[in-house]
Design a protein around this ligand. Structure first.
Ligand SMILES: NC(=O)c1ccc[n+]([C@@H]2O[C@H](COP(=O)([O-])OP(=O)(O)OC[C@H]3O[C@@H](n4cnc5c(N)ncnc54)[C@H](OP(=O)(O)O)[C@@H]3O)[C@@H](O)[C@H]2O)c1
Length: 344
């Protein structure tokens, strides 16, 4: 029986859902992969940390956090360790980066991943910042250190896009990527089309959890720009950052624009695109008129879609329907399993 030790940075929605899947599938992993996966460290921003090289009691960890808002300060595994201290000196085989996104720098997540890989540890990230800002450097580092580095959850949760390209579309060259990658703007455009005013749509969206407390990163297209950058960096080796994306948000779209589109049999969607132009990848995020009935026009609410054009497999379309946190947790889980599988 092999034992793989994980250090989790961040134990919010993504971290706890991943931990629950891991616990739930423990026996199946043992039986099918002859492996035990232990979590030896968990850090948070303000709720304390846990550390035990023999393995943390995951059920207690998430139950304490959900019941009392922090880890048990009197528990044996309670620790004051910061994320960087765990990364630099903890006992683990895989770092799992699930801290909040800084969309303009990719930090501190990039530093965590870099330092872990420099120590010869494998790395998984759900945080798209490092892939949007420092992918090439991190990928080269992983190769140099002979460690595995995966990031499936960073775009469309656990939907297999990077996996698909790596494992199933070997030697296919991706020549174009397009998609609807930001669900908040999708929701806002749909609600505006019902004749509601912008402020009401945002207020209602916040209430039901479709819109962030500060929606500007979504509305101004930054989130979509970070996602298309991550996709293009990995699938087309673009080596760009979100600043290189020709970006227009939906903040200036009015009900009149939506009605005019409707009269032409069209619908407005915030479309992300990456194509080759003069040997370089050109990326854009723009409100775009889409024919009603087109595949892109039927992507509603929290669903998202990506279309990949390849030289050998033509155009492929992948839709993620109405995801919730389970898909996020599964994305991280599938990356960890990939590491286990490749070590066998
Ligand atoms: N939620 C999703 O559906 C989803 C989907 C795909 C990707 N992601 C990505 O996954 C990551 C986590 O998302 P989430 O939804 O789990 O966020 P979340 O619920 O806000 O949780 C973030 C966690 O990170 C902790 N944290 C903050 N700063 C930290 C630091 N310096 N070191 C260690 N932990 C730190 C927070 O602790 P405190 O609570 O104490 O601050 C909390 O435990 C983000 O990068 C996000 O973009 C999320």
């Amino acid at each position: 029986m092999r034992t793989l030790k994980l250090a989790l940075l961040g134990f919010g929605n993504a971290g706890r859902t991943f931990a629950k899947i891991l616990e739930d599938k423990k026996q199946e992993i043992r039986e099918n992969m002859e492996s035990d996966i232990l979590v030896t460290g968990i850090t948070t921003g303000s709720r304390g940390s846990l550390y035990n090289p023999e393995g943390i009691d995951l059920k207690k960890a998430w139950s304490d956090l959900e019941k009392q808002g922090s880890f048990d300060r009197n528990g044996n595994d309670y620790s004051q360790m910061t994320s960087m201290e765990l990364v630099e000196s903890g006992e683990y085989d895989v770092i799992v980066e699930m801290t909040p996104l800084n969309i303009f720098t990719g930090q501190p997540a990039t530093d965590h991943l870099r330092k872990a890989m420099e120590r010869g540890k494998h790395a998984v990230t759900a945080n798209k910042g490092p892939i949007a800002w420092h992918y090439k450097e991190l990928k080269n580092l992983a190769e140099k250190m002979n460690v595995q580095f995966y990031y499936e959850t960073t775009v469309m949760d656990g939907t297999p896009i990077f996996n698909l390209k790596d494992e199933t579309l070997k030697f296919c060259k991706v020549t174009e990527v397009s998609g609807i990658l930001n669900t908040t703007t999708n929701y806002v455009l749909e609600e505006l089309a019902k004749g509601k005013n912008y402020d009401d749509v945002i207020a209602e969206g916040k209430k039901i959890g479709f819109v962030e407390a500060d929606p500007s990163m979504d509305i101004e297209g930054w989130d979509a720009a970070a996602k298309i950058t991550a996709l293009l960096n990995v699938l087309m080796e673009a080596d760009i950052t979100p600043k290189d994306v020709d970006r227009t948000g939906i903040e200036k779209i009015t009900i009149e624009d939506i009605k005019e589109a409707d009269q032409q049999g069209k619908i407005i969607k915030l479309l992300c695109k990456g194509t080759m132009k003069e040997g370089k990848v050109a990326a854009s995020v723009k409100p775009t008129l889409v024919e009603q009935g087109d595949l892109m026009s039927v992507i509603e609410g929290t669903s998202s879609v990506v279309q990949i054009t390849t030289d050998l497999m033509g155009k492929l379309t992948i839709i993620e329907h109405d995801p919730d946190l389970l898909q996020t947790g599964y994305g991280v889980f599938s990356d960890v399993l990939r590491i286990v599988r490749n070590l066998v």
